[in-house]
Design a protein. Structure first.
Length: 266
């Protein structure tokens, strides 16, 4: 595992965006051999998305031959709803870059049969050749996507009941009314994420400090989903200084030392 510690949210976001762009350029994708990118929603990736938009506008990276798979979507919420993850992704990334609409994949939270939709989504990822790079965020309790604590670490795409903590946290997007927040969602599983050839997780702010410390220094446990990254051969966590507040001094210094000369995003 790599831990990239940046000064603040802005530099953390820039590092992640430049890393993603470098991976796409290095792959040199074509229509017959596209780059498969997994993407999240939420507050954490907004800075990275803004930077990717800028890189695209400046001609430094193209998404014409990139296929994306989003991590999750609320169940029972219309795509046009301002707080759907479909709206979030188009408003904050897709409509601002050169990605073809047909290359965008987001779970359908209004499918007639949600279990079948999850199976279809999982199969579509496999048919595409699997995720090359999965970008994600982490919750204060260590969850990734909607894989809440005590979710199976080998789970696949499925319908997930949201915890009260998650509903309360997400209510800020629904007029601070928990009754308006959907109670279930479709989410890729932890196992789905772990099948990606590379994983890049964003962690910013003091609220993520305990999850980061537990995930890196603690035992692998389904009580802290992010801890499973310890088993992945190419997992990177990029964070800001505030997110390191709970790390041991030795852990902090170790990662700062081994990453100090890695300025080429490799």
């Amino acid at each position: 595992m790599r831990l990239i510690i940046q000064n603040d949210y802005e530099t953390m976001s820039k590092w992640a965006a430049y890393y993603i762009a470098s991976r796409i350029r290095k792959a040199n994708p074509t229509p017959d051999n596209p780059f498969i990118l997994g993407l999240p929603t939420g507050i954490s990736p907004l800075g990275t998305y803004r930077c990717l938009v800028e890189l695209n506008r400046n001609g430094e990276v193209s998404f014409k031959n990139v296929i994306t798979f989003n991590m999750d979507e609320y169940a029972g919420i219309e795509r046009k709803h301002p707080e759907s993850y479909h709206s979030f992704m188009w408003n904050n990334l897709f409509r601002h870059i050169d990605i073809p609409a047909e290359n965008v994949n987001i779970p359908d939270g209004n499918a007639p049969n949600l279990e079948e939709e999850c199976e279809r989504y999982e199969q579509k990822i496999r048919d595409a050749g699997g995720i090359e790079l999965f970008l994600g965020g982490v919750g204060a309790d260590g969850h990734i996507a909607f894989n809440e604590p005590f979710s199976s670490l080998n789970s696949s795409t499925r319908v997930k009941t949201l915890t009260t903590e998650t509903i309360i946290a997400n209510s800020r997007f629904f007029d601070n009314d928990t009754e308006k927040v959907p109670k279930t969602a479709l989410t890729v599983g932890t196992g789905t994420i772990m099948l990606a050839r590379e994983i890049l997780i964003l962690a910013n702010g003091h609220s993520k400090a305990r999850a980061l410390a537990t995930g890196i220094e603690g035992a692998i446990s389904h009580s802290c989903t992010i801890s499973v990254l310890q088993l992945h051969p190419r997992a990177i966590i990029v964070c800001d200084e505030a997110a390191t507040d709970e790390l041991k001094v030795g852990t902090y210094k170790y990662f700062k030392d081994i990453e100090k000369n890695h300025l080429d995003f490799n």
